[in-house]
Ligand binder design. Sequence first.
Ligand code: GLA
Length: 378
Amino acid sequence: MLAQTPPMGWNSWNTFGRDIDEKLLRDMADRIVDLGLKDAGYEYVVIDDCWSLKERDENGRLVADPEKFPSGMKALSDYIHSKGLKFGMYSCAGSKTCDGYPGSFDFEFIDAQTFADWGVDFLKYDFCFKPKLANGPILYNRMAMALKATGREILFSACNWGNDEVEKWIRSAGAHMYRSTHDINDNFIRYKEIAMSQVDKLAYSGPFCYNDIDMLICGMRGKGNVGNGGCTDVEYTTHFALWCLFQSPLMIGCNLNNIDDYNLNLMKNKELISINQDPEARPPMKLPDQHNTDLWRMRPAFFKHLSNGEYIIAFFNFSDGECRSELELYDLGISASTGWGFEGYDIFTGEPTGLRKIHFNADVEAHGCRMFRVKLVK
Ligand code: GLA
């Protein structure tokens, strides 16, 4: 069964946009293995838009651009599989892809078969150039069925940017993950906006169909297709922590040929990945701000149940100065008379929290976050 936990991999769009070819894809597959990312759980290597010719062949089949992919897609797919990884491709529910290449509208069954013949394991399916009278549920359902009709297991990654309240019907339409927002950019303001827009919709996300808040920008450092500004180390950490806490798919978007150590280690952080991959996938609960609920959006705090009986307490600080985040245990239903408290450790430093009753506070640096894995103890 696919997508029992959030899918993890690498996608070409954020850094390379149109500038893709088979050497790049092979290099990225090599790097995923050499850099220990495969061991950390990243497995899909996905080509995004701009891989095909502008015209279909005489049988109506999509054709890989022979200049970019001279060995053909099957050879690339075999190479990626030989590294123990999985191969992902891209198409679109409309008549053209977002960058103007042929889309799959009315060619769904032919294209699904082409992808299956190439050994594709993952299909990202966009929403540009959609005929106005064809709706999302029909188009995604049709492609989901076309993929299944091939007999090959292909993870279906829907990308309609949250249109038409996608979270309410996409699981029924057979997708395994669904983009819920417009595109990310490599900066703090944009990723914060994206994550916060989904806080109240995370209850729809769960095993077999995850809310995808877009590909990671960690390590882009302001370079590449969506490299718009870049982030500090602290900001990349907050970004990755949010994606893990929300159990979004983790699709790396940077150039792995020159990734810096900070971002590499961040994206391999075992504590964060284990939260992202928690099998029960319970959405985090919002914790009220103790002093002023209007401040919550500036310093959101969450509490999350994990499947092993532990909990995550997470504090974020989106403001430009340090803040003290405060949790009163009573706000989780634990009154002082029960004698229960939390004990655990800071997931970034490993530092023990000690037993905390009544209050659980933490100082959080500007644009930063603190996360604790705790148990309830007496
Ligand atoms: C849309 C998607 C992006 C990317 C581009 C490709 O904008 O949201 O993730 O796939 O199309 O053109």
